[in-house]
Design a protein around this ligand. Structure first.
Ligand code: G16
Length: 543
């Protein structure tokens, strides 16, 4: 029997963050570290006989090693079949699409998303369930509990699978199918968007620059935009997934995608720019001389969804994470549909989508998606925007300005303080939490505070409660400051401060965001003592 049971010692640091387990490659490379997590996962899942599993990742350093290990462990677990993307490559939305299209019981996504890659970079692993979405907290907590106590792993000693060759192989009785990484996903996109209208738009001279940031979005964007929709060759740049992303930080925001911003603000700028992240679930959309905020992007898609074939019947509702601006709420109200406010983390949208309570969802962290899969989806958002441009005849900028004219502008910014010592970050959050009950009804630095709380969420579908999801301070005019610690970093703690102010006056819509938000920045400092506690004079990143 080639399945072996190997003795091991448990690891105690495998608590999943906002989106699975993310650590430095050097941590994952420890003996049996990856195996410990995978065994813990397999131990909490039911018997796998007759079941199909999907495996794929964003191609970053360690992806191939991890895929081979997981295949051997899946054989030992007794899966009937594993579908793996060619070269071990599947974007996160593609994993979701493949799980759903093939009726798989779940999938393993290998990615640290927008975090840098390479031997000194980050790696990550998460489990998605049969609906195609990230496992809910009760599953991730069970995996964590098991990871701290297991003493043996079960693994086949079969040979490596040729990951670059499409087709089927047997591994200890388990069928391994290496599938085209793009095909299932592309097929799904054809059902949602008006490909003919988009083809005509490109044929008429519409110019796009899509920066895949040397990450997994490249093959998808190239095949669909250039291969199928007629975008001129070279529209997709940095299109080959590299193990270290060519040294880029594949996080599509104006700071990390500065090359794209440079092109979009140049005299000969294309009509539209876009970028996606390491695993291609995030997106940034840029017009000519005009950056679209993720919160506005969700609102625009919701407002015009009926122009897109896949959403022509209208939306059941929309959802946004709590720190995301309230622009989508305003659009939802005018459409007469509900808008749900969830904690940060795509997994919180899963139940709402499954229960058909919402059709579109989005987050300030450059994530937008719909009920077509159960992950956010970068290229999908870009196709949605291009379809809107084609169907409305309006530019990206005109679509956003129309939103502001109709609903006012939600001026928005996020300030990140990275790599803070964890104890200092915890002290800061504890101090804020301790002050909450005394704030409502007071005026601090000219800001009249209406509400201050620690966001808690009761899932409207299964009633599960998630506490302590971020401190929010809401002013009497609806302006907000939100504080939370990132759940995706791998070095110390990252404090995120989210600032939002609603500006109904059109003559002030072009005000520079940091200037417009200055009173809220000052309020954040007064309430949280960020400078004193972190020793940082400025945020590391402002988007
Ligand atoms: C993950 C989740 C997102 C969430 C983000 C928050 O993104 O999938 O839903 O918005 O984390 O990150 P943080 O906790 O750092 O603010 P990704 O793209 O890293 O999977």
């Amino acid at each position: 029997m080639p399945i072996q049971t190997l003795p091991t010692s448990p690891f105690h640091d495998q608590r999943p963050g906002t989106s699975g387990l993310r650590k430095k490659v050097t941590v994952f490379a420890q003996k049996h570290y990856l195996e410990n997590f995978v065994q813990a996962l397999f131990d909490v899942l039911p018997d796998a006989s007759g079941l199909t599993l999907v495996v794929g990742g964003d191609g970053r350093y360690y992806n191939r090693v991890a895929v081979q290990t997981i295949l051997r462990m899946a054989a030992a677990k007794g899966y009937a079949r594993v579908l793996v993307g060619q070269g071990g490559i599947l974007s996160t939305p593609a994993v979701s699409a493949v799980i759903r299209a093939y009726g798989a019981s779940g999938g393993i996504v290998l990615s640290a998303s927008h975090n840098p890659g390479g031997p000194d970079g980050d790696f990550g692993i998460k489990y998605n369930i049969g609906n195609g979405g990230p496992a809910p907290e009760k599953v991730t907590e069970a995996i964590f509990a098991r990871s701290k106590e297991l003493h043996e792993i079960r693994i086949s000693d079969g040979a490596d699978i040729a990951l670059d060759v499409l087709g089927d192989t047997l591994l200890d009785g388990m069928q391994v199918s290496v599938i085209d990484s793009v095909a299932t996903y592309a097929e799904l996109m054809r059902t949602l968007f008006d490909f003919d209208a988009i083809r005509k738009l490109f044929a008429s001279g519409f110019r796009l620059r899509y920066d895949a940031m040397n990450a997994v979005g490249g093959p998808y964007a190239k095949a669909i935009l250039e291969g199928e929709l007629g975008a001129p060759a070279g529209s997709v740049v940095n299109a080959v997934p590299l193990e270290d992303f060519g040294g880029l930080h594949p996080d599509p925001n104006p700071v990390n995608a500065e090359d794209l911003i440079g092109h979009m603000f140049a005299p000969d700028a294309p009509d539209m720019g876009a970028a996606s992240d390491g695993d291609a679930d995030r997106n940034m959309v840029v017009g000519r001389n005009f950056v679209v905020s993720p919160s506005d992007s969700l609102a625009v898609l919701a407002a015009h969804a009926k122009l897109v074939p896949g959403y022509a019947k209208g939306l059941a509702g929309v959802a946004r994470s709590m720190p995301t601006s309230t622009a989508a709420d305003r659009v939802a109200k005018s459409l007469g549909i509900p808008c749900f406010e969830t904690p940060t983390g795509w997994k919180f949208f899963g139940n709402l989508l499954d229960a058909d309570k919402v059709t579109l969802c989005g987050e300030e962290s450059y994530g937008t998606g719909s009920n077509h899969v159960r992950e956010k989806d970068g290229l999908w958002a870009v196709l949605f925007w291009i379809n809107l441009v084609a169907a409305s005849g309006k530019t990206v900028e005109a679509l956003v300005r129309e939103l502001w004219t109709e609903h006012g502008r939600c001026v928005y910014s996020r300030h990140d303080y990275e790599a803070i010592p964890t104890d200092k970050a915890d002290t800061l959050m504890a101090g804020l939490r301790a002050s909450l009950s005394s704030l409502p009804g007071t005026t601090v630095g000219g800001c009249a505070i209406a509400l201050a709380d620690d966001f808690a969420y009761t899932d409207p579908v299964d009633g599960s409660v998630s506490q302590k999801q971020g401190v929010r301070v809401i002013l009497t005019d609806g302006s907000r400051v939100v504080f939370r610690l990132s759940g995706t970093g791998t070095e110390g703690a990252t404090l995120r401060v989210y600032l939002e102010r609603h500006e109904p006056d059109a003559s002030r819509h072009d005000m520079e965001a940091q200037t417009a938000l200055k009173p809220l920045v000052d309020l954040a400092e007064t309430l949280a003592h960020i400078r004193a506690l972190t020793g940082m004079e400025q945020p590391s990143v402002m988007t």
